[in-house]
Design a protein around this ligand. Structure first.
Ligand SMILES: [Zn+2]
Length: 384
């Protein structure tokens, strides 16, 4: 994503350099005039800014370290879009100075401004245009910082390295098919990460592991907890596993979350014969105050699985865990069991390219549905 942005910027720069219309003129010290608006000494000829000066002026409205503003210019339609921090100001240029027209923001707010025009073959920006642009970006950024958002999504492919997780060898077409949990969940997690990175260039999409290595549960949660968050930002944690049970007929996916009335107690693994190892994993990653979010993410993922996978694999429903020993994780979290490595149909689904893709799509849909509802509603509960 960063690479794409860089390429886009390069393209714009090249466009401007290669077009005779957009050669740089010697500096006119106008950027100073933007930060301290015109004093009137130049009233006859309203001051204009070059593209670089306009961008420099806009940049001061943004946060430190943020990607700089960009202009995408369409020479055919003589129109452009200033993009900055996820917001867009769209305009058309005029044939000459002194024309007014529209500057539209994010397709929802319109200003009447003196339009940019070409002067001696160069696109120039009237000061009032640049100021309107800067004021709007400033205001939009202020609104953004008040909004509750998911800043990071952590994908946790279970097991890895010396810990293979569940291993199944169900009989498929007369032959045993060897299925290893750590490999399946890593495949799905990598594909899921790619989709989420594309969907959310402004969020951190992280994986607890992206190769066949082993981390303890404590290391995984401490990775998650070390992601820096602002007051209005949340992070979600999705742990991905596959199931095993002695009975090869048992199959289906299930989604785990923390029960609202959980209590600190001793784990009883024998209570979950169908879900090898799930209890201590959930234990390590959850905390009481995020129960609501965890349930809603879990519901969203389950629904997406039902919609995406249909009859190809049964749903075993939502599972609430009441036996967590709460440790140090500070985020809503769910655990998804994709299917049973011990079942022939599930094993085939999880090892085929098409099946993996479907499972990834289901996870992706569940997560993105949750994120859009969550961000639109401004967060379901307060996060401390
Ligand atoms: Zn597992």
């Amino acid at each position: 994503m960063l690479k794409n942005t860089a390429r886009l910027r390069l393209l714009i720069v090249l466009l401007f350099l290669s077009s005779p219309g957009f050669a740089q003129t010697p500096g006119t010290a106008i950027s100073a005039a933007v930060s301290s608006p015109a004093t009137g000494q130049n009233a006859a000829a309203p001051q204009t800014l070059t593209l670089d000066e306009t961008i420099a002026a806009l940049k001061s409205a943004g946060k430190a370290g943020e990607a700089p503003p960009e202009l995408r210019w369409d020479p055919f339609f003589q129109s452009g879009v200033f993009s900055f921090g996820g917001h867009n100001g769209t305009f058309s240029s005029a044939a000459s100075a002194g024309k007014t027209g529209f500057l539209m923001f994010d397709g929802r707010e319109v200003f009447t401004v003196p339009l940019p025009y070409q002067d001696k073959g160069e696109l120039v920006f009237p000061q009032a245009f640049a100021l309107t642009l800067k004021d709007a970006f400033t205001r939009y950024f202020e609104e953004d910082s008040d909004r509750f958002r998911i800043a990071a999504i952590i994908i946790d492919p279970g097991h890895g390295g010396k810990d293979p997780g569940a291993i199944g060898s169900p009989v498929v077409n007369g032959k045993p098919l060897r299925v290893v949990e750590k490999d399946i969940v890593l495949n799905v997690s990598k594909q899921l990460k790619n989709l989420l990175v594309r969907a959310y260039p402004d969020k951190q999409i992280l994986m607890t592991r992206d190769s066949d290595v082993f981390y303890t549960l404590e290391e995984r949660t401490s990775m998650a907890n070390s992601v820096p968050l602002k007051e209005n930002e949340a992070i979600i944690y999705i742990s991905i596993h596959a199931n095993y049970v002695f009975n090869p007929r048992t199959r289906g996916y299930e989604v785990w979350y923390l029960s609202p009335d959980y209590r600190r107690t001793v784990l009883d693994r024998s209570k979950y014969p169908d879900s090898a190892g799930v209890a201590p994993i959930l234990n390590a990653m959850l905390e009481e105050e995020f129960t609501t979010e965890s349930i809603i993410i879990a519901q969203s993922i389950l629904k997406a699985f039902e919609q995406t996978l249909g009859a190809s694999i049964p749903s075993r429903g939502l599972k609430a865990e009441e036996w967590f020993v709460v440790r140090n994780s500070r985020m809503p979290a769910v655990l998804v069991e994709l299917g049973f490595v011990s079942n022939p149909e599930d094993a085939q689904l999880m090892t085929s390219e098409g099946g993996l893709q479907k499972l990834t799509e289901a996870l992706y849909k569940g997560i993105t549905d949750f994120v859009s509802v969550f961000e639109r509603s401004g967060g379901f509960t307060a996060v401390h």
